[in-house]
Design a protein around this ligand. Structure first.
Ligand code: COA
Length: 376
């Protein structure tokens, strides 16, 4: 009989960019941009031909989202009212790409924490919202930089990329196609954010995470058993980014705002909260886990209010910070990396036998659940 393979999470890794932007810095820059725009268009605004831009506010941002700061790979150009976008020198084909560079840093930490040699890893999945180029895959570049044999490929399920990556890796392990798989999520979201859009300029931050999914037979002590994973997608235009290689066919629209992140935030909030809460409860039922016994939920980090509502529906009471930790205050929304950062920073204190949930949700719509239990 074939031996059975049981996938577990051996370790995680995190790379945090040094630079951070506070809400105060962000709003000062945005409001200066608004002032310059309105001054430059004063005549047209007075004539009713151009709509005056409204200023942003720190109070609104914190109340609406729970975000107080975000890390970025290039602070100065983002805050420059004449640029308001990240800028960095173009790299040659011989240099490591930006996404690969930060992905490798997170991956190295995961390998180190697992006591794993890169030569024992069989596959790399680069799972993130935005890839730096169509090909060669970022995952293959990360694989090469780490000295991993085997294979790698990119996958994009927006904010749910990491949990979709974990299930994919777990399936490889279960089927015996790989024993050790790195799921790397480099999220340079500052590149897809429209820093001039008042409704969303505060949302995102940059980061990279890595999750090492392995066969239990080779995993280190203190790993996390994967009790079950579940994925769901439902098409919606409420979070959308039209950037793509076919835009070249429409040269006039290349720089348009719809080639960056755009959302109907209110609709997202209303539609995604019940979808995710129901999905978690159904999956807990399938796995015979009483949701009230969940020791901790590491939820996708998009909005503090969304997480409060989802956690309440699942646990049956208002979740404490200990039950549903947030990293929104310092990281902002880091797309697919958010729930993994929350897990990475808030899981060492759990005891063997404790059960928790990693859960992501976002554009697509997409949502993924990974129920885990700490092993001895
Ligand atoms: N500063 C000050 N006021 C602002 C503002 C800003 N930066 N942005 C919007 N406002 C104003 C609006 O103009 C509006 O004013 P009005 O009431 O006079 O019309 C008011 O604040 C409320 O705006 P609204 O867009 O309805 O805010 P909200 O409470 O829904 O919060 C989000 C906005 C985006 C934070 C929230 O909807 C959200 O987080 N949704 C889910 C997002 C999400 O998870 N997306 C997934 C991404 S992966």
């Amino acid at each position: 009989m074939e031996p059975t393979h049981r996938p577990v999470i051996s370790a995680t890794g995190l790379f945090t960019p040094e630079e951070s932007i506070s809400n105060e810095e962000l709003v000062a820059s945005f409001n200066e941009f608004v002032r310059r725009h309105n001054a430059a268009n004063a005549g047209a605004i007075a004539a009713g031909e151009v709509t005056a831009l409204e200023p942003s506010s720190v109070e609104f941002i914190e109340k609406a989202s729970g975000i107080k700061a975000r890390h970025v790979m290039a602070k100065a150009p983002v805050l420059d009212p004449e640029i308001m976008a990240p800028r960095w020198p173009e790299r040659s084909n011989e240099d490591l790409s930006l996404l690969a560079e930060i992905g490798v840093k997170a991956a190295r930490q995961a390998l180190e924490r697992a006591g794993r040699d890169a030569s024992d890893v069989d596959a790399v999945l680069c799972a993130a919202s935005n890839m730096e180029r169509p090909y060669p895959a970022m995952a293959i570049e990360i694989q090469q930089a780490l000295g991993i044999e085997g294979f790698g490929f990119d996958m994009n399920v927006a904010c749910s990329s990491a949990t979709f990556g974990i299930q994919t890796a777990a399936d490889y392990v279960r089927s015996g196609n790989a024993r050790s798989v790195l799921v790397v999520s480099p999220e340079v979201t500052s590149g897809h954010l429209n820093w001039r859009d008042r409704d969303s300029h505060f949302i995102f931050g940059d980061v990279a995470t890595a999750v090492l999914v392995e066969d239990a037979a080779m995993a280190p002590d203190g790993h996390w058993d994967i009790l079950g994973t579940r994925l769901k997608t439902v098409f919606s235009n409420n979070i959308r980014n039209n950037f793509g290689f076919l835009n070249r066919a429409h040269p006039d629209s290349v720089g348009a705002a719809d080639k960056l992140f755009v959302q109907e935030g209110r609709k997202v909030f209303k539609e995604v909260v019940p979808m995710v809460a129901q999905m978690i409860l159904e999956e807990a039922d399938r796995l015979a886990i009483d949701p009230a016994t969940l020791r901790r939920m590491w939820l996708h980090q998009a909005n503090a209010g969304m997480n409060r509502l989802i956690a309440h529906k699942v646990l049956g009471h208002e979740a404490s910070d200990d039950e549903s930790p947030t990293v929104l205050d310092t990281y902002g929304n880091t797309s697919s990396a958010g729930s993994i950062i929350a897990f990475h920073l808030n899981s060492d204190d759990l005891a063997a036998g404790d059960t928790g949930l990693i859960c992501s949700f976002g554009a697509g719509y997409s949502a993924g659940t990974v129920f885990v239990r700490k092993a001895a």
